[in-house]
Design a protein around this ligand. Structure first.
Ligand code: SF4
Length: 266
């Protein structure tokens, strides 16, 4: 076999592997204009934060930096990550009680990511985050800010429902952190809103209370983070009087984003 034929054979096999990988991740079409990238034989560098010590915890390796990936490639990588999450059994109690894993709602490349703590009963049943009572309130907060729900990215610290809707334990959040880190790298929001103390403390790796974290921007890997109350905390039987604080936090975000601040009707 001459050198040209040999190179073509290598490229064909790389393309075939790439197509199989995308297909396995649930991608069954690609835009006509998007050239299929040739898989480089660059060694994968895993940081201590992006992968847990447990080698059985297989995160899909990314041969390119996420910033260099196209939207289609990021979508495919997120779909592959969701498949990894679906098979995860690291939290014994959660994977016994869950109906299904709840990965995310929204497109990669969304400008804002809203991060909650864990799926509840409605989310566990539907497979979509923030669809229950708290989700309905989040939808109203989004609408008040001028966001469409389908233009933001929504996910949780842990992907499985804790029994009785309890707050995730520290080791459960730690178990799921590599998934969250990779998910945020691939979704690549420009801003993150941490909804509630669990989301804030786990994302920012801090022990400060939500009261001390609100009212200013924090940093997660160069992404500005706003901390505010979880919508479930604002429900009528809890602390609806805190809605004004959430609105102030959202106004701070909108101002930083350079978006108009709607006049609040009530
Ligand atoms: S919460 Fe996360 S780490 Fe725990 S079992 Fe579910 S997917 Fe796995």
């Amino acid at each position: 076999m001459d050198e040209t034929t040999l190179n073509l054979d290598v490229i064909s096999r790389q393309l075939l592997a790439r197509i199989r990988g995308l297909h396995g991740a649930g991608v069954d079409w690609l835009p006509k204009e998007a050239p299929l990238p040739v898989v480089e034989s660059t060694p994968i560098v895993a940081t201590s934060e992006s992968l847990p010590a447990d080698s059985s915890f297989d995160i899909v390796e990314q041969p390119q930096s996420e910033a260099a990936l196209s939207l289609e490639e990021r979508l495919a990588a997120l779909q592959a990550l969701a498949v990894e999450v679906k098979g995860c059994t690291r939290c014994a109690e959660l994977c016994r009680s869950r109906t299904q894993t709840v990965f995310a709602d929204g497109p990669p490349g969304a400008e804002v990511c809203f991060l909650g703590e864990a799926p509840g009963a409605d989310e566990d049943a539907s497979g979509t985050p923030f669809v229950g009572a708290a989700g309905q309130l989040l939808n109203r907060i989004l609408a008040a800010c001028g966001f469409r729900r389908d233009e933001v990215y929504i996910c949780n610290v842990v992907k499985c429902r804790p029994p009785g809707n309890r707050t995730p334990l520290a080791d459960e959040a730690d178990n799921c952190r590599a998934f969250l880190v990779k998910q945020l790298e691939l979704a690549a929001p420009k801003y993150i809103v941490a909804l509630g103390g669990c989301a804030a403390t786990n994302l920012l790796q801090t022990t400060l209370s939500i009261g001390k974290l609100r009212g200013r921007f924090h940093d997660y890997k160069g992404i500005p983070v706003v901390v505010t109350y979880h919508p479930a905390y604002l429900l009528p039987h809890k602390h609806p009087e805190k809605k004004g604080d959430v609105w102030n936090d959202m106004k701070m975000l909108l101002e930083k984003m350079g978006r108009p601040i709607p006049v609040r009707s009530g």
